[in-house]
Ligand binder design. Structure first.
Ligand code: CP
Length: 311
C-alpha cells in the first residue's frame, strides 16, 4: 500500500482543471504502487474496506464503469451500481433526490457519468459526498486523461517535452479537453487535428495549435490519440459522410509505415474500426490501446485511495 503523506488539493475529482501538477504526479506515483499490486497473484488490498462507493451511470459505458468497479473491489470497498435506464429516474426523480436517496443508505463516495456538462460540479454543491466525474457530456473525463498521460509516461519515461496529436472529433470530446489540460500541466505540447467543423472555435485560447492535414500532424507528433466520431452528440451533419471522413482522417497501416519515425497510437475506446483507425493499426505493435485500459484500473485505484484520504 502507498505510504505517502501528501494529499490531493481537492476533495472531489470533477475535472483536470482542478488538479495541479503535484496532484497529477501524486496520482501517478500512487498508481505505480497499485499497478504492482495488480500484477501480484492476490490483486487486493484492504485500503478502503471502511468505504461504500456508488457508481451511478446515466450514460452507457464499458471501460470506465468496469474499471471503477474493479478498482473499488481491489481496494476492498463495498460497491453498489446504479444504471439510470433501470432506475426511478424514468419516473421523474431528480438527480439530487436520486443521489440523496443513495447516500441515505450510508454511501460515502459517488462515481458519476452523466450526459450533461457540469453535472458533477452541480452535484458536488448539492449533496454531502465526495464526487468523482466519470465523464460529463462533452466537458471532462478526468480519469481517462490521467490514464492516458500515465500510459505515455510508462512508454517514454516522462510526459514533459512529448508531442501529442489528438485527432478526430475534438468538438464533442470530453477526452480531448481533459487530455489537453492534463498533458499541458505535465509539460507536453498538444496539437489537434480534424475537420474544421469538429474543432472548437476557442481551441487556440487553450494554447493548442490546429493542424488540418493528418499526415503533417502525424509527422509532428510522438503520440497520436485517435478519437471516435461521436455521432450520438451530433445534432447536424459536420462532414459529408463517414467514408469521406475515413479517407481524410482515418489512420491506416500504409500511412503509419510511411512516416519518418515510429509513433505511438492511442485510443480511449470505443473504437470504430475502419473509420478513425483500421484494425491493422489498432492491433499493431505501435498501439498501446489495451495498456491504456489496463492502466485505468491502477489510476482509478489511486484516485479513490487519495480522495478517501481527504475525508
Ligand atoms: N473511454 C471510455 O470512456 O469508454 P467507455 O465509454 O466504455 O467508458
Amino acid at each position: 500500500m502507498p505510504t505517502e503523506t501528501h494529499q490531493l488539493s481537492t476533495p472531489h475529482l470533477l475535472g483536470i482543471k482542478d488538479l495541479n501538477e503535484q496532484d497529477i504526479q501524486l496520482i501517478f506515483e500512487t498508481a505505480d504502487t497499485f499497478k504492482d499490486v495488480l500484477n501480484r497473484p492476490i490483486k487486493k488490498v484492504p485500503s478502503l474496506r471502511d468505504l461504500t462507493i456508488a457508481n451511478i451511470f446515466f450514460e452507457n459505458s464499458t471501460r470506465t464503469r468496469l474499471s471503477f468497479e474493479l478498482a473499488e473491489k481491489r481496494l476492498s470497498a463495498d460497491v453498489v451500481n446504479f444504471a439510470a435506464s433501470s432506475s426511478s429516474v424514468s419516473k421523474g426523480e431528480t438527480l439530487v433526490d436520486t443521489v440523496n436517496n443513495i447516500l441515505a443508505m450510508k454511501v460515502d463516495m459517488v462515481v458519476m457519468r452523466h450526459p450533461y456538462a457540469g453535472a458533477g460540479i452541480f452535484l458536488s454543491k448539492h449533496v454531502k459526498a465526495q464526487i468523482v466525474n466519470a465523464g460529463d457530456g462533452a466537458h471532462e473525463h478526468p480519469t481517462q486523461a490521467l490514464l492516458d498521460a500515465f500510459s505515455i509516461r510508462e512508454r517514454y519515461g516522462d510526459v514533459a517535452g512529448k508531442r501529442i496529436a489528438i485527432i478526430g472529433d475534438i468538438l464533442h470530446s470530453r477526452v480531448a479537453l481533459s487530455n489537453i489540460l492534463c498533458l499541458q500541466k505535465l509539460g507536453a505540447e498538444v496539437r489537434v487535428c480534424g475537420p474544421a467543423t469538429l474543432i472548437p472555435k476557442h481551441i487556440a485560447s487553450l494554447g493548442v495549435k490546429t493542424e488540418s492535414n493528418l499526415i503533417k500532424a502525424l509527422e509532428w507528433c510522438d503520440v497520436a490519440n485517435m478519437l471516435r466520431i461521436q455521432l450520438e452528440r451530433q445534432d447536424i451533419n459536420y462532414f459529408p459522410s463517414l467514408r469521406e471522413y475515413a479517407m481524410l482522417y482515418g489512420l491506416n497501416k500504409s500511412i503509419l509505415d510511411a512516416l519518418p519515425k515510429q509513433i505511438t497510437i492511442m485510443h480511449p475506446g470505443p473504437i470504430n474500426r475502419g473509420v478513425e483507425i483500421t484494425s491493422d493499426v489498432a492491433d499493431s505493435q505501435h498501439s498501446i490501446i489495451l495498456n491504456q485500459v489496463e492502466n485505468g484500473v491502477a489510476i482509478r485505484m489511486a484516485v479513490l485511495y487519495l480522495l478517501a484520504g481527504k475525508r
